[in-house]
Structures are given as structure tokens and as C-alpha cells.
Design a binder for this molecule. Structure first.
Ligand SMILES: C[S@@+](CC[C@H](N)C(=O)[O-])C[C@H]1O[C@@H](n2cnc3c(N)ncnc32)[C@H](O)[C@@H]1O
Length: 275
């Protein structure tokens, strides 16, 4: 089986260009919320490619590896899944899964090696995302599939409670978070541009699917937002939020009266041209 060459050295501390950190005490909560909120939508769309026994797959920026483990079960017994991350320590050892420390921007990627490549909430963090799309295209066999799953965080709406101050606080928090992600080189709205960028990179049959859900107290989406107040605390304070405001955001997200429309979650599929 072909796998990307691993990066030579472990990367200690926060990685420039990525606002979160898999070594943070908050990473388990982050990845747990992402899996609870988005694995069903991600895997439902991956199924549509026909991924099954014998397929060779690459999961880029696998996080805690829940999608990579799902893929490994799908392609068993003869297929293989390579799960990569700049900090791969949270990816479990699963039969059929090869785990690599690998930077998708800088480390070598084998050409024509995969039937399916998947990356969720990775490329939006990378200023080099368009170059990465070109690398991922080349990594696929002719006719192979890419699926990227990304947010458009421009769409966020607190609906309840009716108190304007509470809804204004929520809006300011979401704007501050977008500022934090942009300052780190990310594009929190990239979900809406992913399909066009995939067309420009040379993918065919590009098929974007947007999805919006209700976030209320206790939902995985609301828990993910509360987690952001902790994981990104220093960066949020640096762009003007106070600890007192962040504490009020957490109270709001836990309020049984709270309801918000989520940001838009796009799953975008495309294929390497067959010829
Ligand atoms: C927001 S998390 C998403 C994790 C997982 N894909 C999910 O959706 O549950 C982004 C992941 O991408 C990884 N990452 C960031 N920059 C990367 C890079 N240049 N190459 C590979 N992985 C990267 C991070 O370490 C992190 O695990």
C-alpha cells in the first residue's frame, strides 16, 4: 500500500496556521463534539461514493479518527485507510488503519494512490488550501473521489431568548471567533467557496450539499461553541472578548431557552477526471 511519507519530527506546541491544538486539554471535547454533530452527515455522503471492500482511502487531518475508523471498517478486509494529522496522537489504532504524522501542505503525497480522499474542517484552516486541493487531485486515481466537509461561519443566528442583549453577545462571540480564525490564516467562510475552488483545481462532477441545523442547549453544536470559549480563550481575549463575556456566552448556550440556527455545514464531493 502506498502512504504519504511521514513528517520527520514531532511538532511541539501550537502549529502556526491552525488556531486549535490537538495537545490541548480541550481537544477531546472538540473532537467528540465534531463527531457527534457531523459524523452522521459525513458518513452518509461518503457512502454515496460506493466506498467498500478493497478501497484505498486517505483521511487528511483526522483529529480523533472517528471517520477514518469508519472508513477502515468499510474497506475491510482487503482495503487500507491512511489517517494523517500534524498531531496524530488522538487517532486510535484500528485494524486496516495506518496512522501518520503528516503535514498536507508540506509533506510528500503519493500520486494516483487513492480511490477516496476525505478532509473535514482542515482546508479552511490552511492559507494554502487551493494548492492542497491540487495535491489531493493528483493523489487520486483517475475517477477517484474527494470529499471535503467545511463550515460557512458567516451564517449564524441566535433566535432565542428574545432578549436583544443576549443575542447581540452571541453575535459578537461568533464574529470574534471568525476574527481569530482569520488571524491564524484560516477562512471561516470557505465552505461556500469550496465547490468553486474544487472546479478550478480540475475536479469534475463537483457536488456541494449545504446543511443547517438547530442548536439548542445540550446539542453537540452548542457544546462545540461552548468549547470554543475555552479552547480559543487566549485568542478570543486578544481580539477583545472579556472572560466575563465568555462566561456569559457559556451560560447562554446552556440556557434551556437558547436556540440558534447553526452555521452552514457543506459536504462537497468531486472526482478526478477519468481520462
Ligand atoms: C478542526 S480539526 C478536525 C478534525 C477531524 N477532521 C474532524 O472533523 O473531526 C482539524 C484537524 O486538522 C489537523 N491539521 C491542521 N493542519 C494540518 C495540516 N497542515 N496537515 C494535516 N493536518 C492538519 C489538526 O491537527 C486537527 O486534527
Amino acid at each position: 500500500m502506498t502512504a504519504p511519507a511521514p513528517a520527520p519530527d514531532p511538532a511541539p506546541g501550537p502549529v502556526p496556521g491552525y488556531a486549535f491544538d490537538n495537545d490541548s486539554v480541550h481537544a477531546a471535547e472538540q473532537h467528540g463534539c465534531l463527531a457527534a454533530a457531523y459524523d452522521p452527515a459525513t458518513t452518509a455522503r461518503l457512502e454515496r461514493t460506493g466506498v467498500g471492500p478493497g478501497w484505498r482511502c486517505l483521511e487528511v487531518g483526522a483529529g480523533q479518527g472517528s471517520v477514518a475508523a469508519w472508513l477502515a471498517r468499510r474497506v475491510a478486509p482487503s482495503g487500507r485507510v491512511v489517517a494523517t494529522d500534524i498531531k496524530p496522537g488522538r487517532i486510535p489504532a484500528v485494524p486496516g488503519l495506518v496512522v501518520l504524522r503528516h503535514d498536507i501542505v508540506r509533506d510528500p503525497v503519493p500520486e494516483g494512490a487513492y480511490d477516496l480522499v476525505h478532509a473535514r474542517l482542515v482546508l479552511s484552516h490552511l492559507p494554502e488550501r487551493r494548492a492542497v486541493l491540487a495535491r489531493l487531485l493528483r493523489s487520486l486515481r483517475p475517477g477517484g473521489w474527494l470529499q471535503v466537509d467545511e463550515f460557512d461561519a458567516a451564517h449564524h443566528a441566535a433566535l432565542l431568548p428574545a432578549d436583544p442583549a443576549a443575542r447581540d453577545l452571541y453575535t459578537r462571540f461568533q464574529r470574534a471567533k471568525a476574527d481569530v480564525l482569520r488571524a491564524a490564516g484560516g477562512d471561516p467562510e470557505w465552505g461556500r467557496h469550496a465547490a468553486a475552488d474544487m472546479c478550478d483545481a480540475g475536479f469534475t462532477e463537483v457536488d456541494p450539499l449545504p446543511r443547517v441545523e438547530l442548536w439548542d442547549a445540550g446539542s453537540a453544536g452548542a457544546r462545540l461553541q461552548a468549547h470554543h470559549t475555552r479552547h480559543l480563550r487566549d485568542r478570543l481575549v486578544a481580539v477583545g472578548m472579556t472572560d466575563e463575556e465568555l462566561a456569559r456566552v457559556r451560560l447562554l448556550l446552556a440556557d434551556p431557552a437558547f436556540r440558534a440556527s447553526s452555521c452552514v455545514f457543506y459536504t462537497v464531493q468531486g472526482r478526478r477526471p477519468a481520462a
